[in-house]
Ligand binder design. Structure first.
Ligand SMILES: [Zn+2]
Length: 554
């Protein structure tokens, strides 16, 4: 590429040359792209996108002599600006229509799932909105093309030293942005290429997952499970995320994080068993759920996976619900889609998603009011999954007002200020969680048909380290905090024979399926005695964890 700079030329008067038409064009083009960026992104993202946008626009300020190269540049810059505009428009459209991000499970799933006919139907329904966006993009495209003419070699302008420094500074910031992977990934061309690949991968994976689910249902039917109890029954399972029992007042924590559950426990007496010594055997969600619904059993020697609790329940005649505040394709494909009714309320992927668990309560009520005779309702909460501050309504943190005993102890143990801050937010998340969990219990007790057998079980997939054993916060495979979970069972028919004693038994979450099978009154071939924590013949076997646990009963 031949560029032409006239360094011998007279220094042009400032600012006519340096801030003249090329720079004004850069500003105007940034404005056009910026408008769409603002519609489709928020917060820090807007600034990140603008920085990613800049480098090619800066090229406009560079005088080019060759008309062919100038034409090429004009096309490249226009396309570049339009890529950002299209990205913003697509995101804004999805946000407006579905409160969803394009890489959320909802959109990915819908896009991967659509055939041309469905796409046509969709367009027939939504063409008006589509047309408006197209017109806006067309106008932006025309403006971009007119503005992207750029500096011409005949200008013989030598950029002032100030302009060169400014340009160098801007390009340096841009280079830093492009060097960072999380930033780079936001670039429309990178993002949407990756997006298209995700769709392909999803389609490929589904072919298998769909087969796996059908195989699970077939295995369950072969086992011929039966329900040993007459009459209608409803069992609710609440699985939450990242709750460490050491932070629940119900388990003796010194901050009042669970006033409602404490009151319930007092009021319900023996009907509610709080398992004091509950442990997960996994420190992250996916393996924890696989174990929970797969009875803690590995695949057999031939590679056949274990029975899946949801498949067994369905094969026995239960209507199964899966409602979730998670946005996770793997969970959806491996578990949720085994249910008859699937309700996923969270539309934004990743840790920054801010949908509160309380959003699910309406779904719980609806399911409880369903006329089916036998219902198994799985409720999957975000619990206190990081970021903790997004897990409770903004401003509802009673633990950050004044130093208390917990704070004093953390200081004494040398925990840093940021970990102490995380602990306050974590505890505030638990307080909100207490409301959601006790509401699910309240609904289980009272909503829908009366005079039927009902049971409710609640547990966390794994624990969380928030300055308990080390000076850090998050998932924690290497400390006990990563595995110390709450677990409790309520049922309205009869208290388990020895509920006071059962409450003190050590419990492992990968055996949850056996307790649930009993709550569901399921019987089938291949049941494993001794693993239902509430049964008389319970036989504890310590799980193998990647760390040494001092005692499973402390
Ligand atoms: Zn988790």
């Amino acid at each position: 590429m031949r560029t032409s700079l006239d360094f011998a030329g007279r220094r042009p008067p400032w600012p006519e040359r340096t801030l003249g038409s090329p720079w004004a064009a850069v500003a105007a083009l940034s404005g056009i792209a910026g408008l769409f960026i603002l519609l489709g992104h928020d917060g820090r993202r807007v600034a990140q996108m603008l920085v990613l946008l800049l480098p090619l626009l800066c090229w406009l300020a560079w005088p080019l002599r060759s008309p062919a190269v100038r034409c090429l540049r004009r096309a490249a810059v226009s396309l570049w600006v339009m890529a950002f505009a299209l990205d913003g428009a697509a995101r804004a459209y999805l946000l407006e229509a579905y409160q969803a991000a394009p890489d959320g499970a909802l959109v990915l799933g819908a896009a991967a799932n659509s055939n041309p006919r469905e796409a046509g139907e969709y367009l027939a329904m939504h063409w008006r909105t589509g047309l408006l966006w197209c017109l806006a993009l067309l106008a932006a495209g025309v403006c971009a093309w007119r503005l992207a003419r750029g500096a011409d070699g005949r200008a013989r302008a030598r950029p002032s030293r100030g302009a060169v420094f400014l340009l160098a500074g801007v390009l340096l910031v841009c280079a830093a942005a492009y060097a960072s992977k999380p930033w780079r990934r936001l670039h429309p061309m990178v993002f949407w290429t990756g997006w298209a690949q995700s769709i392909q991968a999803l389609r490929a994976g589904w072919a298998d997952e769909q087969r796996e689910r059908e195989a699970a249902l077939a295995r369950a039917r072969t086992a011929a499970p039966v329900i040993t109890r007459d009459g209608p029954s409803t069992v609710v399972l609440v699985v939450t995320d990242s709750i460490n029992r050491d932070n629940l007042a119900l388990y003796g924590y010194r901050r009042a994080t669970t006033p409602r559950l404490v009151a319930y426990h007092r009021q319900q007496g023996d009907r509610m068993v709080v398992l004091r010594n509950a442990w997960s055997v996994d420190a992250s969600t996916l393996p924890a759920l696989r174990n929970m619904f797969g009875f803690g059993q590995p695949a057999d020697d031939g590679g056949t996976p274990p029975q899946h609790l949801l498949a067994l329940a369905r094969a026995a005649g239960y209507k199964v619900w899966w409602m979730s505040n998670h946005d996770d394709i793997a969970i959806e494909q491996q578990h949720a889609r085994l249910a008859d009714v699937v309700d996923l309320v969270n539309r934004t992927p990743g840790r920054a998603s801010a949908s509160l668990d309380g959003e699910l309560l309406d779904c719980v009520q609806e399911a409880l009011e369903d006329p089916a005779e036998r219902k198994f309702i799985v409720v999957h909460l975000l619990g206190a999954h990081p970021h903790y501050s997004l897990r409770f309504p903004a401003g509802n943190n009673p633990f950050d007002d004044h130093p208390d005993m917990v704070e004093a102890q953390l200081i004494e143990e040398g925990r840093s200020a940021w970990v102490r801050r995380f602990r306050q937010e974590y505890d505030a998340a638990l307080l909100y969680h207490d409301f959601v969990v006790s509401e699910t219990l309240q609904l289980t007790r009272t909503a829908g048909r009366s005079n039927e057998y009902r049971a409710w079980m609640y547990l966390s997939d794994h624990g969380q380290e928030v300055g308990h054993g080390t000076d850090r916060a998050g998932h924690s495979p290497a400390t006990e905090s990563g595995y110390r979970i709450p677990a409790m069972v309520w049922r309205n028919d009869r208290p388990p024979a020895a509920s006071a004693e059962a409450a003190l038994r050590p419990f492992r979450a990968d055996w949850t399926g056996w307790t649930l099978a009993d709550l569901l009154h399921l019987r089938w071939d291949g049941q494993h005695p001794g693993r239902d924590v509430l049964a008389d013949d319970y036989r504890w076997e310590p799980p193998v964890l990647p760390l040494r646990v001092r005692s499973f009963t402390d």
